[in-house]
Design a protein around this ligand. Structure first.
Ligand code: ARG
Length: 369
């Protein structure tokens, strides 16, 4: 078999072996291999069955070494939308299905882990692409002196949207960006997300009256949309997926990092803490209160959210459960340990095997800052 095809054939064999080993009811491995081989010789690529796709997507989650939330990998729901994205004109249909994805995943607050898989890349066809790194992102507007209104992480994406003709209204700190999508071989296009597809949670502190003055909020669904789903040598470049949030992602990073919303000084101020010295531990104390506010607000809104203590315990349960099945769980310590109170969670006090496995979610290079 020639170069390019061999590059697909080898991982295809590896994947199909895994699939048939774990799904003994799936029929004959030998027959399936012969079929795939013929298809590869013929077309340079092959098509997964619906079952292979669903299994591959779930195992890609299982293999995500940076994800602490993998206990529920089997419950991932898979939308097979491979008929969309073959043509340059499919961008609008993809954007529409991304909005549908958000509605199904949001589920009125009872978040469902979900992936929507669009057309794969194929020889001579790059496949569709979602430029937005998550389906829901808040704009970051840079002004002349370099200050940012909104999320500084997204200034690149915001510039791209503005360059494509997006006209924001008032420029608040929490403007949802339009989706930026391109069909195979097409140019990037803008698609505003319908309001009813984006559930947001107003953030308030259980004791401090923050909500009125501060207007803080965050969206309910973290849907990563710029990673390729790789299964058996086939790459699905547009395959947005989501789980639910763990509180610290928002409270200890998105709202707290100095290069994100940078809210710790403000929180500390409202708590009357001495910000003049590190040794008052004002950052640490502000972090705790900010994270209490996030958990409290999601609970009050009835939106699924994990806390880092529970999720850490679940992750060790996951490792044990996988071990019983004879499978080693790969993990990246620096991502698994929560960004606050690390040593107060059990995931801190051990090491992990960091072997990377496939199927996998991989980033084939960011398109925006
Ligand atoms: N950390 C990212 C964010 O804050 C989301 C990454 C995926 N998170 C998840 N819980 N599935 O938006």
């Amino acid at each position: 078999m020639r170069g390019e095809r061999a590059e697909v054939w080898r991982p295809a064999v590896e994947f199909l072996r895994l699939y048939h080993r774990e799904q003994p009811d799936a029929g004959s491995l030998e027959d399936r291999l012969a079929e795939v081989r013929a298809e590869l010789d013929d077309t340079g690529t092959y098509r997964h069955t619906g079952e292979e796709l669903a299994f591959g997507a779930r195992v890609a989650w299982r293999n995500s070494n940076r994800c602490i939330g993998r206990l529920y990998w089997r419950s991932l729901q898979v939308r097979d939308l491979r008929h969309l994205g073959d043509g340059a004109g499919d961008a609008a249909a993809i954007a529409k299905e991304c909005a549908a994805h958000l509605r199904i995943a949001t589920n009125g607050g009872r978040i469902r882990p979900l992936i929507s898989v669009f057309a794969p890349a194929a020889p001579g066809r790059p496949g569709p692409r979602i430029h937005s790194d998550q389906l829901i992102r808040y704009a970051g507007y840079r002004d002349r002196d370099g200050r940012v209104t909104g999320d500084p992480l997204n200034t690149g994406l915001t510039d791209l949207a503005l360059g494509l003709g997006w006209r924001p209204g008032e420029r608040t700190p929490f403007d949802v960006l339009p989706l930026i999508v391109r069909g195979a071989g097409g140019a990037p296009r803008l698609f505003p997300l319908p309001q009813d597809a984006v559930l947001e949670v107003p953030l308030d502190h259980p004791e401090q009256p923050w909500s009125e003055q501060w207007g803080l909020r965050w969206h309910a669904v973290p849907a990563v949309s710029d990673m390729c789903l790789e299964i058996g040598g086939i790459c699905y470049p547009a395959a947005p997926f989501n789980g639910w949030y763990m509180g610290t992602e928002i409270g200890a990073r998105n709202l707290a990092d100095t290069d994100r919303y940078d809210l710790l000084p403000r929180v500390a101020g409202s708590l009357g803490l001495d910000t003049g010295t590190d040794r008052s531990l004002w950052k640490d104390r502000a972090l705790v209160e900010l994270n209490r506010a996030v958990l409290h607000s999601f609970d009050r809104a009835g939106v699924t959210m994990a806390d880092h203590h529970t999720e850490s315990r679940r992750f060790l349960q996951h490792i044990a459960r996988e071990g019983q099945k004879g499978r080693q769980v790969g993990a990246d310590w620096s991502w698994i340990v929560p960004p606050m109170s690390g040593a107060a969670t059990p995931v801190f006090h051990r090491t992990y095997d960091a072997t990377e496995r496939t199927p996998a979610f991989v980033r084939h290079g960011r398109t925006t800052g």
